[in-house]
Design a protein around this ligand. Structure first.
Ligand code: HEM
Length: 322
């Protein structure tokens, strides 16, 4: 009897530890800062609002930063770190160099948040909230952002080069890079709808508009107009990812794909006679199914390998470790 009750006690203790430790160390929650930083959401939103009022594209740039943060060792603010003597940061990785932007706005948000609640809110969470606010301000859907991420103490140029999908990828490689972080093919197509806002550089769409055949010819011609054929000339010239409404978060991205007006090679891969055509068709027909799948997938992307509990730190300055 005594040994039965002591083994029952051991089992219960173990179960408690598994459940309690599991949830306290790895779970994000929407009310994480409700006591420690009650004005967090309004503080972030007002800075994002003025940044977008100044330049509408900034909403797109912030959303992309969150994607590039989450795909590289999880959503841990690593993309925000400047280079140091001990590591080369992610800002210098190919997908980010001369391309990722919005770091000054993240600094402005972080300063405002530090003023309201010093040393409490991570840069990784600031980016998660700023992305949601950007989507909402540009007319897209709202969602409750899960919080409680802590900031990485290191960054990896190599990991960024390996983990962030490239515009040259074919469908299978795109699928594998999303699968590698636990996101499904359907979630990938929903998340790619983020290309309803923002801009891309000629260097990333030159080959598509000059060499590809699954492209609307008048669209290709128009884009060639501001993207010279020769590599090295006009590389940084910009074109909107969504030719119709580049500062409105809507489902036009999918309508463009059906008309073979995807700007990037990777965009058009989602509607090119393959397994994702039906998903593109359904999002192009229904703004509602796009927005509900997009928000669910954003929450899932935000859940990628967060640092929680006592891991990482709450950075004071998003550009450097404490
Ligand atoms: C499917 C794989 C993806 C590829 C290959 C890809 C690639 C790219 C490329 C090449 C650019 C243009 C960068 C430049 O020319 O400087 C870009 C821009 C952008 N991407 Fe993606 N992307 C992908 C998925 C996503 C996802 C999942 C999101 C967010 C959820 C996202 C958000 C954005 C935004 C908003 C911009 C515009 C940024 C700005 O105007 O500053 N992308 N992407």
């Amino acid at each position: 009897m005594a040994s039965f009750s002591s083994s029952l006690k051991a089992i219960l203790t173990l179960a408690f530890l598994v459940i309690f430790m599991g949830s306290s160390s790895a779970q994000l929650s929407t009310d994480f800062y409700s006591k420690s930083c009650p004005n967090l959401f309004s503080t972030v939103k007002s800075v994002v609002h003025s940044a977008i009022a100044k330049e509408a594209r900034m909403g797109a740039s912030l959303l992309r930063l969150f994607f590039h943060d989450c795909f590289v060792n999880g959503c841990d603010g690593s993309v925000l770190l400047d280079d140091t003597s001990s590591f080369t940061g992610e800002k210098r990785a190919a997908p980010n160099f001369n391309s990722a932007r919005g770091f000054n706005v993240v600094d402005d948000i972080k300063s405002a948040v530090e003023k309201a609640c010093p040393g409490v809110v991570s840069c990784a969470d600031v980016l998660a909230i700023a992305s949601r606010d950007s989507v909402v301000i540009l007319g897209g859907p709202n969602w409750n952002v899960k919080l409680g991420r802590r900031d990485a103490r290191t960054a990896s140029q190599g990991a960024a080069n390996n983990s962030i999908p490239r515009p040259t990828f074919n469908l299978n490689r795109l699928i594998s890079s999303f699968n590698a972080v636990g996101l499904s093919t359907k979630e990938m197509v929903a998340l790619a709808g983020a290309h309803t806002i923002g801009q891309a550089r000629c260097t990333n769409f030159r080959a598509r508009v000059y060499n590809e055949t699954n492209i609307d010819s008048s669209f290709a011609q128009r884009r060639r107009g501001n993207c010279p054929r020769t590599t090295g000339s006009g590389d940084n010239n910009l074109a909107p990812l969504d030719l119709q409404t580049p500062t409105a978060f809507d489902n036009n991205y999918y309508k463009n794909l059906i008309n073979r007006r995807g700007l990037l090679h990777s965009d058009q891969q989602f509607f090119n006679g393959g397994s994702t055509d039906s998903i593109v068709r359904s999002y192009s027909n229904s703004q509602g199914s796009f927005t509900s799948d997009f928000t669910a997938a954003m929450i899932k992307m935000g859940d990628i390998s967060p640092l929680t509990g006592s891991k990482g730190e709450i950075r004071k300055n998003c550009r450097k470790i404490n």
